[in-house]
Design a protein around this ligand. Structure first.
Ligand code: ADP
Ligand code: ZN
Length: 605
């Protein structure tokens, strides 16, 4: 066993590296700048932590989120690695003390918030320290193309310039669009870096998009079958969280909620209830989930479409961390687009940005929203669409998404398209989708009368086409740029240069449509995870209880003691001795010393 494997085993308790980890670690150890692009949960931290423990000096990890830093540091401390964080959650005295320990060389790995880098005290420390590597976590934050641009990340280079010697720089992110990657390399001024993108395909996740008339009814129906499993339901606003949470409570589910409007105490409590499976269903805004590594989440339902694919993949990716089959369901409604547009226009709390930058960012946010919307209306393989977005390639057919399982037939929609485009022209490009659909379908709504559209040439000309189908064709036309949907708060349909070719009959428009009356054949999700099924559930419960009481003693979440996967592995291997126990995934030497015997005792009973 070579050194890096020994470290992986000793501190982290793992027998082998995952896809990509070794390449990245070897690159760092060879002294090269390194970029690792991997989805959430793939195991980026190991990629810099293992080399950090093998290099002579300190590794500084730049990270934007306090909760993530705290989580990482407690995980490391549990594993017997000396690590600390420096951020605004520390009091001044705590901060001074941590810096002093750092100066004394007590820490091998130090997490630091980017705002701290250029402070006088930190500079003073850095000038005298032996820094082997700077590892930039969530590196997409340097890029204005990223979904989370943070100007403070630009301080990293300023900081590096002040150092007597340039350390190795490694950068990690889950955002893999081409522009972001290029920005990371150029803004961080990486020198001939090793770049690796890997592992975006999570084959155990079933992806589906639905457009239900009644979203709550859809959730309710899903939970009738899966309500005993653990899952997250993401909603766009606090109000919707409250609504869905209350209705599910009434239906008798063990459900809890999380959003920024709750007190710290309640948020903490609810999060614990979820993690400990006291209340296995969580209804939350996107404020929930950072740094949460609950492995048995069986479904993630999006009640609303998120603002971009990055957010979606990150949130949906919280399902199935244990690699067991899990579902990611997106409930799409046209209203979701409007609300997201609105949020983009309002642009959130980033007052660090000047007007011009803000405008550029809004423009990019709109682009991303468009790509997200296309995901919801595309007929191609959802996994393929996603992988392409993240710069990887799939097979065009995964057999494990709602589109791959739907029977499609191609249909010539040229005649309908002509009428739709004609209608948009006839109302002088002044109205949105709903009005156009209403006119074509021959709606009796008051607004149609008020505008006098009953006498429009196109009124009722597509009354035989269902409204959802009309919308689908319309979306298709926008997707192919035969029509343009403006990006205002109230989007309006307009003609494009290509519109005329359709009217002239030069263009035949075919679409893949789901076959009517044919429900997608849903793959029978395994009722219970295969791994869990094969082991003694009673023992598993006992181990979980022990883990919970240790977690309480140590004031850390249970997964920091051992993951579910480790517990399942214990149940499967039934270790009798220390040697056996060290064979269990996730049990390293330090953790064995701390807790191993207590777990062995229960197993041996
Ligand atoms: P990311 O930062 O990419 O979201 P993490 O670094 O938090 O992911 O890792 C996700 C989980 O996978 C953690 O529980 C981690 O301990 C586990 N993990 C990482 N590498 C390995 C490995 N080689 N073998 C087994 N588990 C691993
Ligand atoms: Zn597919």
């Amino acid at each position: 066993m070579n050194e890096k494997h020994k470290i992986l085993k000793h501190y982290f308790g793992y027998d082998g590296f995952r896809e990509g980890q070794e390449v990245l670690i070897d690159s760092i150890l060879a002294g090269k700048d390194t970029v690792g692009i991997m989805p959430t949960g793939a195991g980026k931290s190991i990629c810099y932590q293992v080399p950090a423990l093998m290099m002579t000096g300190i590794t500084l990890v730049i990270s934007p989120l306090i909760s993530l830093m705290q989580d990482q540091v407690s995980t490391l401390n549990q594993a017997g690695v000396h690590a600390a964080y420096l951020n605004s959650s520390l009091s001044y005295n705590q901060y001074r003390l941590a810096l002093r320990y750092a100066e004394e060389g007590r820490y091998k790995i130090i997490y630091v918030a980017p705002e701290r880098l250029m402070t006088e005290e930190f500079q003073q420390f850095a000038a005298g320290a032996d820094i082997s590597m700077i590892s930039v976590d969530e590196a997409h934050c340097v890029s204005q193309w990223g979904q989370d641009f943070r100007p403070s990340y630009l301080k990293i280079m300023e900081f590096v310039d002040c150092l007597p010697n340039r350390p190795i720089i490694s950068a990690f992110t889950a955002t893999a669009t081409k522009q972001v990657k290029e920005d990371i390399i150029s803004i961080l001024r990486l020198q001939d870096p090793t770049c690796l993108t890997t592992g975006f395909d999570r084959s155990n996740l079933f992806f589906s998009v639905k457009t239900p008339g009644d979203k709550f009814a859809e959730v309710s129906r899903y939970l009738m079958e899966h309500g005993k499993q653990s899952g997250i339901i993401y909603c766009q606003t606090r109000k919707v969280v409250e609504e869905v949470h209350e209705r599910l409570l009434k239906e008798g589910y063990a459900v809890t909620r999380y959003h920024a409007g709750l007190s710290d105490r309640e948020r903490k409590q609810n999060q614990e209830d979820f993690i400990y499976d006291v209340k296995p269903i969580m209804v939350a805004t996107n404020a929930f989930g950072m740094g949460i590594d609950k492995s048995n989440v069986r479904f993630v339902i999006h009640y609303n479409m998120p603002k971009d694919m990055e957010s979606y993949y990150q949130e949906a990716g919280r399902a199935g961390r244990d690699e067991e089959p899990s579902e990611c369901i997106l409930l799409y409604g046209g209203q979701d687009v409007v609300l997201n547009q609105f949020f983009i226009d309002q642009n959130r709390d980033n007052d660090e940005l000047d007007e011009e930058t803000l405008e550029v960012i809004k423009q990019r946010d709109r682009e991303r929203l468009k790509k997200m919307t296309f995901y919801c209306i595309t007929n191609e393989c959802l996994r393929e669409y996603m992988l392409r977005y993240f710069g990887e390639f799939g097979d065009n057919y995964c057999g494990n998404c709602s589109n791959c399982l739907t029977q499609f037939e191609t249909e010539d929609v040229t005649e309908s398209a002509k009428k739709i485009i004609g209608c948009v022209a006839s109302i002088n490009e002044r109205f949105g989708m709903t009005m156009v659909v209403d006119i074509l379908h021959g709606s009796k709504a008051a607004k149609i009368k008020n505008y006098g559209f009953e006498s429009n040439d196109f009124y009722g000309t597509l009354s035989e086409v269902t409204i959802p189908k009309l919308r689908q064709i319309l979306n298709h036309l926008v997707l192919l740029n035969y029509l343009h949907l403006t990006e205002d708060k109230y989007p309006v349909l307009q003609l494009t240069d290509e519109s005329q070719t359709v009217l002239d009959g030069d263009e035949e428009i075919v679409m893949k449509m789901a076959k009517e009356n044919e429900r997608p054949v849903k793959k029978k999700a395994k009722k219970k995870s295969a791994v869990l099924h094969d082991v003694d559930e009673n023992l598993f419960e006992q181990l979980r209880e022990l883990r919970m009481s240790i977690a309480k003693e140590e004031h850390v979440p249970p997964y920091i003691i051992f993951s579910d996967k480790s517990l399942v592995d214990m149940c499967a291997k039934l270790p009798k001795t220390k040697e056996d126990m060290l064979e269990v995934s996730g049990v390293g030497d330090v953790k064995f010393e701390k807790y191993g015997q207590r777990f062995l005792d229960i197993i041996n009973q």
